[in-house]
Design a protein around this ligand. Structure first.
Ligand SMILES: [Fe+2]
Length: 184
């Protein structure tokens, strides 16, 4: 249930409100090494992503921005898994990619071209119509199949300047079962 992270809280009958939650990680903080160091994951998940949730719940700052930041990180972290020697897409995720691209290699190439074209902070994602789309800053979208964080905070700690290497490494930790479920 990738979108099911919003807990509605009714404060009183005339003022419906809601609280956001950060989805628990389905792995330990060291499981994504060496793609993400424990430090980088802690900083990204426990500090940055949690701050979007906390600020939204306290009604601080821009509500739409913080809500979208929480929403996107709740799609990002659950789609990762431990590094495995060969992590190729399979099942419905592979079928979906091959419906829209000649091969997984071609898909990765196009994904990288789109990502490297982003100026400033944002996100790049595979959409339910098969296209690769971008998001400036944070925005809530309902058509996300696979998403990569293109904000500097996602890559700077482990990859310094090398965004290309960061993206290449993401393919080593994608949980294709999660992606397959989103396709459906
Ligand atoms: Fe992020």
């Amino acid at each position: 249930m990738p979108y099911n992270f919003i807990k509605n809280v009714i404060l009183n009958e005339n003022t419906p409100s809601k609280e956001l939650e950060l989805q628990p990680l389905p792995y330990s903080k060291t499981d994504l090494e060496p793609v993400f160091s424990e430090d980088a994951l802690f900083y990204h998940y426990n500090k940055l992503a949690q701050t979007y949730v906390d600020r939204y719940n306290k009604r601080e700052g821009d509500l739409d921005f913080n809500e979208a930041g929480a929403f996107l990180h709740n799609l990002l972290f659950p789609q990762f898994q431990r590094v495995s020697p060969s992590n190729e897409p399979n099942g419905p995720a592979l079928e979906f990619i091959l419906e829209h691209y000649k091969s997984f290699e071609e898909f990765k190439k196009k994904f990288a071209e789109t990502a490297m074209g982003i100026q400033g902070s944002g996100w790049v994602y595979l959409a339910q119509d098969g296209n690769i789309k971008t998001i400036t800053n944070h925005q809530t979208r309902q058509d996300i199949v696979l998403i990569i964080d293109w904000w500097e905070h996602a890559w700077a700690l482990d990859y310094k300047w090398d965004k290309k290497k960061y993206l290449e490494n993401q393919w080593r930790i994608i949980n294709w079962n999660v992606i397959g479920a989103r396709v459906g």
